[in-house]
Design a protein around this ligand. Structure first.
Ligand code: NOJ
Length: 878
């Protein structure tokens, strides 16, 4: 019995050793990830983190070993109320920290809002709106007692148009995603909750992200897929927005399910220790995605700080950390400083956003039931008491609903308009399509929105929230029609061809056809879409519906709700299709926001945050949906490099239907007078120097007697399947440190330098010791300021989104890349100035030799225009 329990402690450590060795053994011929050790410890002087560091140090210095471990390890799947919770420290008045989805609202909440998706808000090109949305979502989480909101998303960035979770993020353009994630994070953290930038990194498809998800579908794999990416692509594309997130002060980062270059993202030392914590100087903590941790000590030394949800398999009661982390420190496998650093990073993020230990908001909701009373420990079905207080967090006087309506309207892209819009008291509206109406199952009828019924206002998976209400397009159209004296009839069944044809054939009919395309997270398969979309066509025969209606009605207006581009090729050019709108995933105010745009109460100004291609092949990069490495990790080569979305279309000279950045208005604008101001800045100097030695706050200040780490019987009840930091045997620490398979010591199975505590060199592209995290501060030096004049030449006031593109001029560079934008309100006849700064980073390529950013000599051209293919104004940088 005793031996069995001891072995049980050892197994995860042994497993780390085993998988480390097997990896080395099996993967010589595949892409590999270089080691990067030791794991960087926090820097007390990092700009913006000094105060948080001091508070964290004061707190962490007082903790016992199990208390520190308790901060790092979740209590297990459905262990408590939040999707993830780490243990409390009652002695210090710290209650459990609550991690909760999602990027668009409080997942599983009631009396909370369903905001527009990230991708939808990216289309607004409106930084202020991004921040305000972040603030409101953050405030709702704070109001429910959440500590860490699990969002926003920059991975997936949207390598392929059919990636299942693209809508949770922002845009396949890294610059736009960088702006959007940074402004969202500032908003969320201003509201007093920690944001979590996820999924780090290259989590670009749902297929094969997890073995447990793939096997039941007949994919016989034993490891998660590997995203194989070269260093340059990593920096210039996938890492770029995470750098913005770190610079915006994000408190946490979630590592992803996939492997990167054949090393799991949550134990990939190059990604976590190297890129994130060293090169970007990230001072917050890294948590694993749910079950994305695969080893114990190996993940700890590679830079993971928090194990989520804490158990190895959901509700198994076993953990790679918890007890094992306690033992790993006791037996010397893991240096104490690494555990201190995990605790420091978690608590620094906590203090940074303004939490106080004695005044934490109470967790007043439960993820697993909306019942008022129930088990606090859901998995164990123990601790029956009040668990839901049904707190309304939607702001004063429906404030958040108003913001959602405003954001969705400001994010609706007008793709085509042959004078059909705005509507002016139309005589007769024929509203067609199930996407115009409610779902027969109710807005929250399918768990995590895992079905496609009624109007589409969010995708499916963990990136969702419950709708407090859902105003459908038909609801809002009916109310507007009643005010205007318009006649409205709707046919919501896409297959009711006879009724539809009869309706739209009537004289003076304006047909509004609502269609959609959905996707979501990989654990749910909707109609054969295993998270990722099967294809880019509209769902429920939407394309046929449009073709049919527009063959009869010469004023057919199409409204698309979707998770990304769809193929509009067959019908967009029909003269009878008089207008097309993309309304993304608008959230609860769907109906009112689309009516605002259709009737011109909001003059559209949004721009498509991705390219609309004529056919799927036009996008180049593809999802891997078939196994290509036997039972081993499927290998997804990111061989297209930085050429995704518009960069690929431009490079290959493929004409898209609607290019990235395109969107119309009800008024017109003219661009003129481009000017360049060169700013005086010094030469770029790579960062030099080294870190301090790894600090320990109460060195050696713990007992090595295992008896002191037994569960404190009598202090509080033992909950089954709950992950604790305590040991349940008193076998010797020395015994526990042995590896029975190899007879080797920890030093032998851990990579060299993995537990070094001596000062470490700083990265040349990284921040210096007193700098702000994000990278070498000189990367943000402004080298040029570009300006241009924008005149509203129409009769209506409206917003315009001028965009700044740069051509780097090198043979391997994309023809143009986005490097600036603004959303400016312009009165009819008025001229306003657009100004955008070009930083050193904006003009640099990643140089793999020097491991730094370099402005190459090629002549650089800048363009200002209303889209990526309407580059109206041009100038050269000297
Ligand atoms: C898995 C998802 O990938 C992640 O985005 C989410 O935050 C966690 N599950 C928790 O629900």
């Amino acid at each position: 019995m005793k031996l069995r329990t001891t072995l049980c402690f050892l197994l995860p450590i042994v497993k780390s050793a085993l998988s480390y060795k097997t990896q080395l053994h099996q993967r010589d011929d595949l892409a590999s990830s270089p080691p990067y050790y030791p794991s960087p410890w926090m820097n007390p002087k990092a700009l913006g983190w000094e105060e948080a560091y001091k508070q964290a140090k004061d707190f962490v210095s007082q903790l016992t070993l199990p208390e520190k471990v308790n901060l790092t390890t979740g209590t297990g799947w459905q262990g408590e109320q939040c999707v993830g919770q780490v243990g409390s420290i009652p002695r210090m008045n710290l209650s459990a920290l609550c991690m909760q989805d999602s990027p668009l609202g409080v997942r599983f909440g009631d009396y909370s809002s369903a905001f527009s998706s990230g991708q939808t808000i990216a289309a607004s090109f409106d930084r202020d709106l991004m921040r305000r949305r972040g603030e409101a979502i953050g405030a709702e989480h704070r109001g429910k007692g959440v500590t860490v909101m699990l969002g926003p998303v920059a991975g997936p960035i949207g390598r392929t148009p059919d990636g299942g979770r693209n809508w949770e993020g922002f845009s396949p353009d890294p610059w736009l995603t960088g702006e959007a994630i940074a402004h969202t994070i500032v908003g969320v953290q201003n509201a007093g909750v920690v944001a979590c930038a996820k999924h780090y990194i290259a989590n670009e498809q749902e297929h094969f992200r997890q073995v447990g998800e793939s096997q039941p579908r007949g994919y016989n794999i034993t490891e998660s897929m590997s995203s194989n990416i070269d260093d340059k692509t990593m920096h210039e594309l996938y890492l770029w927005p995470f750098a913005d997130a770190v610079r915006a002060g994000v408190g946490s980062v979630m590592c992803s399910y996939n492997q990167v270059n054949n090393s799991y993202a949550c134990q990939n030392s190059k990604l976590l220790n190297g890129l994130l914590k060293s090169e970007l100087g990230f001072q917050g903590f890294v948590m694993s995605d749910w079950q994305a941790q695969h080893t114990g000590v190996a993940s700890a030394v590679a830079g993971l700080d928090m194990s989520m949800p804490g158990d190895t398999e959901f509700s198994s009661g076993k953990s790679f950390w918890g007890t094992n982390l306690t033992l790993a420190v006791l037996n010397g496998t893991l240096p104490e400083y690494r555990l201190d650093d995990m605790a420091m990073r978690i608590m620094a993020a906590f203090f940074k956003v303004g939490f106080k230990v004695n005044e934490q908001p109470k967790i007043n909701f439960d993820s697993w039931t909306l019942d008022t009373f129930g088990p606090l420990y859901y998995s164990a079905n123990e601790g029956h008491q009040q668990i839901n207080w049904h707190v309304d967090v939607r702001g004063e006087n429906g404030e958040h609903g108003k913001l959602i309506r405003e954001s969705a309207a400001k994010s609706t892209v007008l793709l085509k308009n042959e004078g059909a819009l705005p509507l002016k008291k139309p005589k007769f509206l024929a509203v067609i399509g199930e996407d115009a109406g409610p779902s027969g199952w109710g807005p929250n009828g399918c768990d995590d929105r895992g079905c496609n019924a009624g109007t589409l206002a969010m995708g499916w998976g963990s990136g969702t929230a419950n709708f407090p209400y859902l105003i459908t397009p038909l609801d809002a159209l009916n109310f507007r029609a009643a005010d205007d004296g318009t006649r409205v009839e709707a046919v919501l069944n896409n297959s009711a061809t006879t009724q539809i044809e009869k309706l739209v054939a009537q004289e003076s009919a304006t047909a509004l056809v609502f269609v959609n395309a959905n996707s979501g997270e990989g654990y749910i398969d909707v109609d054969g879409n295993e998270g990722d979309r099967k294809n880019l066509t509209l769902w429920a025969n939407g394309d046929e519906l449009i073709k049919n209606v527009s063959s009869i009605c010469n004023n057919t207006i199409v409204i698309i709700h979707s998770v990304g581009p769809t193929l509009v090729t067959d019908w967009y050019n029909s003269p009878n299709v008089t207008a097309i709108l993309w309304a993304g995933l608008p959230g609860e105010e769907s109906g009112r926001s689309i009516v605002d745009v259709l009737y011109g109460d909001v003059n559209p100004a949004a721009r498509t945050p991705f390219t609309w291609g004529g056919k799927q092949e036009d996008y180049g990069a593809e999802i891997l949906s078939e196994l290509n490495n036997g039972e081993g990790a499927p290998q997804l080569e990111f061989s297209e490099g930085v050429f995704i979305d518009y960069r690929y279309f431009d490079k290959k000279n493929i004409t898209p239907i609607y290019e990235f950045g395109f969107g119309l208005s009800y008024t017109t604008f003219e661009y003129s007078d481009i000017a360049i101001e060169k700013q005086e800045v010094g030469n770029y100097t790579p960062t030099t120097g080294e870190t301090a030695e790894a600090p320990t706050f109460n060195p050696g200040n713990f007992s090595t007697d295992l008896a002191d780490y037994l569960f404190p019987n009598g202090s509080f009840p033992y909950i089954s399947r709950y992950i604790y930091p305590y040991v349940n045997t008193t076998a010797s620490a020395a015994e526990a440190s042995q590896d029975p398979f190899y007879g080797s010591t920890a030093e032998e199975f851990l990579p060299s330098n993995a537990i070094a505590s001596s000062p470490q060199p700083l990265e040349p592209a990284g921040p210096g010791l007193s700098d702000e995290p994000g990278g070498n501060p000189q990367l943000w030096d402004v080298l040029y300021t570009v300006s241009a004049k924008i005149t509203n030449t129409g009769d209506l006031k409206g917003d315009e989104v001028p965009q700044l593109y740069v051509s780097f001029g090198g043979p391997d560079d994309p023809p143009v890349v986005l490097r600036g934008f603004d959303r400016l309100a312009v009165e009819p006849g008025q001229t306003v100035e657009f100004r955008a700064n070009l930083t050193r980073r904006d003009l640099s390529n990643w140089d793999t030799e020097s491991q730094n950013w370099v402005v190459r000599d090629h002549v650089k051209t800048v363009y200002v225009g209303p889209s990526s293919r309407k580059l109206t104004l041009k100038a050269t940088l000297d």
